[in-house]
Design a protein. Structure first.
Lengths: 186, 392
């Protein structure tokens, strides 16, 4: 069992007797430090999506399905194609990647985990740390070097996230793609 | 009123965390649902002792009692009063329902002849943007029962704000005659307050900003009366007190130059509303008094409940942004700076911004008078809640 707060995009959870792919999670803070987690879920059996909200400490069954280490190969709209070590190809619908899609880039070499349900590739989890080039960010406004002042940035793949104020366009940065959190300059 | 809702029975569960905040909100909501929608309300409260401070007639040792037509039950663990499910079940502020209640919901869900109540989690009030995207969303439970998140808020896409039907009219009538406030002060045992004196209610958490303000108020050219209940605000002013906070008595006065501190007795909610209506400025905290200060249509400081990583400042700034939307830039700046300085315990800044704000008191007061209509967006929380239940 995991708490809602621990669930990440790409996980598959069991709710109301059905498996659901977690496409997106958004954690916010309610009063008195309590976390609220909003999730976009896709029902693996019915192919339907829903938005739902949980208390951060709500417990849910994170089901372990068959997984394979794969690398990203190419995009054939609307499918992302991944390949395993034996050159087998697996198509994953773009919607099932959730926010991870914004970190997918041509030629990326990171090993991703493709999850299968009854033989069908249903989701992809990226590594917990990836390195991406900052394609655009405003110049530093305050000259802050502590890393505490943040500003928005866009990285290769199209994701936008908050980065330290000292980061410049063209630099490589480490990101946790599960949360979109900037870690450090690479 | 639709007969579909009238005479239904709803249950509200409230876990008292901060003495008067959670119970203050749920008690007001319960009374309003009974009075304005004729819904039978069972209010389950885990701490009747705290509750009795805002409902003086309540007997903490009595398991079931009725006030304002609301049935109040002591919520013991395990629950020792038989729970009979009604049409709606509200867990206030994400409190964990008793196991017996959850078991009954599951049994109802599994029975072909029964339906569990509509289960709602009434959340905390926030002015942040994300509230619109989460309000009204279901929360799938492992049992298969859907619970819905109900978020109060300031915009039409949220669950609204608690405000009784006739409250604003009553407030306007009250404020039209200065004799009302003087009579109230007298009734509360507060003496020596003249109609031209400045009266400030103080209901904050502990903060270094308060002694700084008191220092300034002492040196004011105008007589200032600060009204404080025994509790957390006074913990920050112990250096001004002749005795411990515990030893203070309601009605007691501490005079320091032009500042008089008055110790307030605990009052019920209607009296607390009238107190806020009667003061020139209110310093309030948390959620319940924060909202009531807005309905009082007087300038105020909001001492927000502190959160980890200073996240409360994000919530404060979200409200400030809404509140200042139609406010002249200079006044908005002063009011914003005062609230931020107070919440960050910046003593010299809070004094500076208090002086600045004092210089624009009249336009700020005019804004405070217009704000409730804007904030309510045509429908209060109870009205929207009833509509939500009808639509679900």
């Amino acid at each position: 069992m995991k708490t809602a707060h621990e669930i990440r995009p790409g996980n598959v959870i069991m709710l109301n007797g059905s498996p659901w792919v977690v496409q997106k999670t958004e954690t916010t803070r309610s009063g008195r430090n309590a976390a609220i987690v909003k999730m976009k879920l896709k029902n693996v059996l019915l192919d339907s999506t829903t938005e739902t909200t949980f208390k951060g400490d709500d417990k849910m069954e994170d089901i372990i399905l068959e997984r394979l280490d794969c690398t990203y190969s190419y995009f054939a709209d609307p499918m992302y194609v991944f390949m395993d070590a034996e050159y087998n190809q697996y198509d994953v619908e773009s919607g099932n990647l959730g926010d991870a899609a914004a970190y997918i880039t041509d030629g990326m070499e990171e090993i991703c985990q493709v999850t299968f349900y009854e033989g069908k590739a249903i989701s992809v989890e990226l590594p917990t740390t990836i390195v991406r080039e900052v394609t655009y960010t405003e110049p530093s406004a305050r000259g802050d070097t502590s890393g505490k002042v943040m500003k928005p940035a866009t990285v290769a793949g199209g994701a936008t996230l908050s980065v330290a104020d000292f980061i410049k366009t063209g630099e490589m940065i480490e990101i946790d793609p599960r949360t979109g959190e900037f870690k450090k300059r690479a | 009123m639709s007969t579909e809702i009238a005479n239904q029975h709803w249950d509200i569960f409230c876990e008292v965390v901060d003495n008067y905040g959670d119970i203050g909100v749920t008690w007001r909501l319960a009374k309003q649902l009974v009075k304005e929608y004729q819904i039978d309300i069972n209010l389950w409260v885990d701490d009747l002792n705290s509750f009795s401070h805002i409902l003086p007639g309540l007997k903490p040792d009595q398991a079931t009692q009725t006030f304002d037509r609301v049935t109040i039950h002591q919520w013991n663990v395990p629950l020792d009063i038989n729970f009979v499910p009604g049409a709606v079940l509200i867990e206030a502020f994400a409190c964990e329902l008793p196991e017996q209640v959850k078991s009954q919901l599951i049994a109802q869900q599994q029975s072909p002849d029964d339906t569990p109540p509509l289960w709602l989690n009434l959340e905390y009030l926030s002015a942040e943007d994300w509230v619109e995207g989460c309000h009204g969303l279901p929360s799938m439970q492992a049992s298969g029962i859907k619970k819905y998140f109900y978020f109060p808020g300031f915009t039409p896409k949220t669950g609204g704000l608690i405000c009784e039907n006739e409250l604003l009219e009553q407030r306007t009538a009250w404020q039209s005659d200065p004799a009302n406030k003087l009579a109230l002060f007298s009734q509360l045992g507060l003496s020596g307050i003249d109609v031209q004196d400045k009266v400030i209610s103080v209901f904050s958490y502990e903060t270094l900003a308060l002694p700084a303000l008191c220092q300034q108020w002492q040196e004011s050219t105008q007589k200032i009366h600060a009204l404080l209940p025994k509790g957390r605000s006074l913990n920050s002013l112990t250096h001004l007190l002749p005795c411990s906070v515990e030893a203070l008595t309601p009605g007691q006065q501490i005079v320091i130059n032009n500042l008089t501190l008055h110790i307030l007795p605990m009052t019920d909610q209607p009296s607390f509303d009238r107190l806020l209506w009667s003061c020139d400025f209110n310093i309030v905290r948390g959620e319940d008094s924060f909202l009531r200060a807005q309905w009082a249509a007087k300038p105020f400081i909001w001492h927000i409940y502190p959160q980890e990583d200073d996240y409360h400042l994000v919530k404060l700034e979200a409200f400030i942004s809404l509140y200042c939307d139609n406010l002249a830039p200079e006044i908005a700046k002063y009011w914003t700076e005062l609230n931020l300085a107070f919440n960050q315990e910046q003593q010299s800044a809070v004094n500076l911004h208090w002086q600045n704000l004092d210089s624009v008191n009249l336009p700020l007061l005019q804004h405070a008078q217009k704000w409730p209509i804007f904030a309510l967006n045509d429908a209060d929380l109870a009205t929207r809640l009833v509509q939500f239940v009808k639509n679900s």
